[in-house]
Ligand binder design. Structure first.
Ligand SMILES: [Zn+2]
Length: 117
């Protein structure tokens, strides 16, 4: 079980999401949830740090999808029940996690470049 402590606030563009880990979500199979209206992001407890990271990136991509209005460029019949969004977010999150894992020095460098504090 992960004991990773995540920041309480997560910034996605101009929006601040409240991030928390919870014991249960709506469905047994659900491991992450982003509420775009309340700007809450929840990650289910009990997974490895790597799995929690992937879930977090997955949920961030949903928030970016919404913030950048990606859905407005996808015909409703193509993204019926948000299935296309879910597939794209899942593939991109797993792909991005893999690239981060395989190129840690590169991503540390990128974080250093953007870290203006
Ligand atoms: Zn999703």
């Amino acid at each position: 079980m992960s004991k990773t402590t995540w920041p309480k606030n997560l910034f996605i563009g101009p929006h601040i999401y409240k991030l928390s880990t919870v014991a249960n979500l709506r469905a047994e199979t659900e491991i992450g949830l982003t509420n775009l209206q309340t700007q809450e992001m929840k990650i289910k407890k009990g997974f490895s740090p790597a799995h929690e990271s992937e879930t977090l990136i997955h949920e961030m991509l949903h928030a970016i999808w919404y913030m950048m209005s990606v859905g407005h460029h996808v015909p409703a019949e193509v993204n019926k029940d948000n299935i296309l969004e879910e597939k794209i977010v899942t593939y991109m999150a797993t792909g991005l996690c893999t690239v981060i894992q395989q190129n840690p020095k590169l991503f540390k460098k990128i974080v250093d470049i953007y870290n203006v504090n």
